[in-house]
Design a protein around this ligand. Structure first.
Ligand code: LLP
Length: 487
């Protein structure tokens, strides 16, 4: 293997991405990035719903995920209300399924339940969390490209409302398990509509060459419908497509809706069966930095209404009931992560430029997205304001690899130093949900704040948690099967 000298490629001439502008005020909070009840108090300390982050850090430690409960619930309710209003007179409203994979715990499941949304789960673990929270099973849709028999049986026994079937094997498994229980399962067919969504390739899901769904172009989607219609223990409700995640460009949704309606017409023409539900999935993008300019839920709903109405009219179809499955667009902005700075290192980039590596007490174990997708985030000093000149920083974690980045590029006050608290906005979606124990670091707590009161909704891990499954420490647990997860 040959080594090369690190140099130009990694450092020289780099002054941050083009979207990153030198801020007028390096303490300012751009409203599109932050939860609604996050602001600075008179002394400059960031507060969430009236609670200073300095108090939160003192009480719950750092890192900590902090969710603005009222903000989360406002976004969730706005989604439900917007879709109801926009589709109310057309097809009696539309269903909003919160995609639990973005962030789910029993408390969040209860918020979603009480605020009138449905829930999308994609594993036995998510399903059990929802059921444990008392979430009504009939308002749950079960997703996944490889649901096991045990998961399907758990869902059938609980009375889950919808199965978004993803493979021929699953159709057979579900039909068999439903028949054994003398019940009928309501299904939607996940269709691969052949759309290249403009997002990171790991989170684009409806182009042909990937694992999800039945291909429309290849004829598998129509064949799946044929099989379902022929099985008495399954009832076809509709068609489903999810084209990807963190999408800003509406063209993909337009093509997807067009193709799903075309398939609904083919189902009617060939099988004489009405498709009564159309689920267009999630994927609506949010702002992580000032460079992001997503469309609002209302703009999106208006657009979907126009497309679906136009396509159904063209095919002479009655408008099916519409559903969407936002995850990120509900929870993303509602949460921040609070870290404490431990070290600051200056790297000379040449030509008078420098980058400061600001290392915090978490990193890729509590937010893998920058390392996995090169996702960008923003940052602010949370414990004070400063009038020091801005400097270009890279916020790094404490893990043992150089790709352990929290924020690739940001400006912070030049006096940022060890002991400062940093807040990262918009960490609600797929942060906690994808957290790991890499480097054997305990996962942080999730703290919900509302009306000046903070409480833990998921406690942070302890050293005992880290060692609990280690057979050398607690031998009794190693072979234990009690309370095993459904997989
Ligand atoms: N519906 C289905 C069938 C999905 O697979 C997903 C996300 C959603 C809805 C919700 O998508 P959202 O509205 O949250 O974009 N870990 C990646 C995202 C993976 C998304 C997986 N499926 C990330 O951190 O960006």
């Amino acid at each position: 293997m040959r080594a090369h000298e690190a140099g130009a490629l990694h450092a020289e001439g780099y002054r941050g991405p083009t979207w990153l502008q030198l801020p007028h005020d390096v303490n300012a909070l751009t409203p599109s990035l932050w939860a609604q009840n996050v602001g600075r108090s008179g002394d400059g300390v960031l507060q969430v719903a009236g609670v200073p982050v300095t108090d939160l850090a003192a009480k719950f430690g750092t890192p900590a995920y902090v969710v603005d409960e009222a903000d989360f619930r406002w976004r969730a309710k706005e989604f439900a209300k917007t879709y109801d209003e926009i589709f109310g007179d057309l097809c009696g409203g539309a269903d909003v399924y919160y995609a639990g994979k973005a962030f789910l715990c029993t408390e969040v499941a209860r918020w979603i339940r009480d605020d009138g949304l449905n829930l999308d789960v994609c594993s036995g673990g998510e399903l059990l969390t929802a059921l444990r929270a008392g979430f009504p099973a009939e308002r749950i849709a079960f997703h996944g490209n490889n649901k096991s028999t045990a998961e399907l049986e758990l869902a059938l026994d609980a009375g889950v409302g919808r199965y978004v079937v993803d493979s021929f094997e699953e159709i057979a498994r579900l039909a068999f398990a439903a028949r054994e229980r003398a019940t009928v399962a309501d299904v939607l067919v996940r269709v691969t509509v052949g759309v290249e969504a403009h997002t990171h390739e790991f989170i684009a899901t409806a182009h042909e060459d990937q694992k999800f769904g039945f291909s429309l172009a290849g004829g598998d989607a129509l064949e799946a419908v044929r099989r379902i219609v022929g099985l008495p223990s399954l009832r076809l409700l509709g068609l489903h497509s999810h084209i990807g995640s963190q999408i800003f460009d509406t063209a993909g949704f337009e093509v997807s809706a067009h193709r799903l309606v075309g398939l609904a017409a083919a189902v009617r023409d060939e099988l004489g069966v009405a498709v009564t539900e159309l689920d267009l999935g999630g994927g609506m993008g949010i702002a992580y930095t000032e460079g992001d300019d997503p469309i609002s839920p209302k703009e999106m709903a208006d657009l979907l209404r126009d497309i679906v109405t136009r396509e159904c009219t063209a095919y002479g179809l009655a408008l099916p009931r519409l559903a969407v499955e936002p995850g990120r667009a509900v929870v993303g902005q509602s949460m921040i992560t609070v870290y404490e700075v431990g070290t600051v290192k200056k790297v000379d980039l040449g030509s008078g430029h420098a980058r400061h590596y600001v290392s915090v007490d978490g990193g890729m174990s509590d937010n893998i997205r920058p390392a996995l997708y090169h996702a960008d985030y923003s940052a602010r000093i949370a414990c004070r304001v400063s009038d020091a000149e801005p400097i270009l920083v890279r916020v790094a974690g404490k893990h043992c690899e150089s790709g352990d980045i929290v924020v690739h590029a940001e400006y912070l006050p030049g006096d940022v130093a060890a002991g400062d608290l940093l807040a990262i906005p918009a960490t609600g979606a797929y942060g906690w949900a994808m957290a790991s124990n890499y480097n054997w670091i305990a996962r942080p707590p999730v703290v919900a704040v509302r009306d000046g009161r903070a409480r833990i909704i998921v406690r942070g891990e302890t050293v005992d948690d880290l060692l609990a499954r280690d057979a050398g420490v607690t031998p009794g647990r190693a072979a234990g099967s009690e309370g095993a997860a459904v997989q």
